[in-house]
Design a binder for this molecule. Structure first.
Ligand code: SF4
Ligand code: SF4
Length: 148
């Protein structure tokens, strides 16, 4: 039995979390220079794998003073929703050392990635859901992140 190895670090301006399990390595990185702490990814993540720092109740913290998000590696299913949605291109992921971005996400089909119509709290609704769009990777991910 091999347990996942989790590494968390902040190197220069990147907050990084890395998980190794069997022969797979996944990494999620937040570019602290780009992240504006808008917390949209926190609302969108279907697995609660991104957390924002606690702000005392009633206290307003201006966005430029906010602390960036923290990824929780053991909760992340590597769906790519946060990366797709981040308005500031501040999230990066690697799968087995290969950088994934909007142009080469595994859920991409040809030149197309599923279009996200809207994100309700923790639920992602795809624009293509009712069309004949089909992608096994995405189907699998959607099964894993299904909100009950
Ligand atoms: S959506 Fe992007 S900019 Fe906003 S908190 Fe998340 S990583 Fe930072
Ligand atoms: S890849 Fe998916 S599960 Fe992981 S942090 Fe991003 S939205 Fe959450």
């Amino acid at each position: 039995m091999k347990w996942p190895i989790v590494e968390e670090s902040t190197i220069l301006s990147v907050r990084k979390t890395k998980i190794e399990y069997l022969n797979r390595t996944t990494e999620l990185m937040i570019d602290l220079n780009k992240c504006t702490s808008c917390y949209q990814c926190v609302k969108a993540c279907p697995k609660d794998a991104l957390v924002k720092p606690e702000i005392p109740k009633g206290k307003k913290v201006p966005r430029k003073e906010r602390v960036p998000i923290f990824p929780e590696p053991l909760k992340c299913v590597f769906c790519g929703v946060c990366l797709t949605l981040c308005p500031f291109d501040a999230i990066f992921m690697k799968l087995d050392g290969d950088v994934l971005n909007r142009d080469n996400l595994p859920l991409r089909v040809g030149n197309k990635i599923p279009e996200i119509e809207k994100v309700k709290m923790k639920k992602v609704i795809l624009k293509d859901e009712k069309s004949d769009f089909h992608n096994e990777f995405w189907d699998h991910i959607m099964e894993r992140i299904q909100v009950k």
